[in-house]
Design a binder for this molecule. Sequence first.
Ligand SMILES: [Zn+2]
Length: 331
Amino acid sequence: MTSKVAQVLPGVYEIFLPLPMRPTIINVYLVDCGGGWALVDTGMNSPESIATLEDAFAQVGIRIEDLDVIVGTHHHIDHFGASGELRARSHATVYVHQLEAERADRMLMFGRMGPNDRPESRAFFESHGFPIDQFPAAGMRPAWMGTSMYNPVTHPDRHLRDGDTIEVGERSFEVVWTPGHAPGHCVLFLRKEKAMIVGDHLLPKITPHVGIYPETYGDPLGDFIDSQMKVQKFDVETVLPAHGGIYHDHRHRANQLIEHHRYREAEMLDLTRAKPQSAFEVSQQVFGNEERPIYHVMAATFETLAHLEHAHLNGRARKIERNGRILFQAA
Ligand SMILES: [Zn+2]
């Protein structure tokens, strides 16, 4: 086998698909279920990614047309972007959480809109101190948006639901809803194999982005931390992440991620002790204010906002409205 596919557990194949952005590789998992084939996450719908997938399947000895089940951990392009194409070719049963199907649909809608078609989004940016006029509107959307590279299933055959078990052949995939990085993010637990396919929830080296956007509700960072507690209840020996290498101690990693966000929050709140600040102002001090692509500036701002909002909802920060701006200050 070439380096694009590796058998990581008996009948479980890890396939490395190319991405034109960072991280530059997504790992998807093809599972021989003994009487059926399941694919968890799809890569994006680029010619390179589809060709790599076809190649990897050929090495395993099957074709895309042979797939029976496709599961998306969440709606992001690298995870679910090729699901429409793969379903059309295989007629596989596609599973994704309802909240993710809705988001995939909305991403397609945004792709059909111009950058100036969403005034409410502009108001949201401004209220958090983001200097939107300094950036060209076209740069605010990723290059793939509105292209065929994002071809997700928006009407899945089945919704992933917390606690459900998907039976395929001799395998059982237990669905664990892990909101945070995305509101309907799910991981799959293979109890017999003591393995967990974790999507972006538990990455070994990087912390997944958790942000608040105009269409976000509630407390995604609080959800993310709760989801890190939740996965620790499972007895896992092999963690199969969507980016980075396979590893073993998922409880250790989950606790590291919780600690990382606790530290970040403390760091952010410290900055607001002398005077209240907007999410953008805080993010510039925490993540740096050197010139960066707008996409990174946005991610930093809205990840900061997720921390400040989480602190506010837990009584550790005050939220102040002043001249149309939303400011936060340590309580
Ligand atoms: Zn993601």
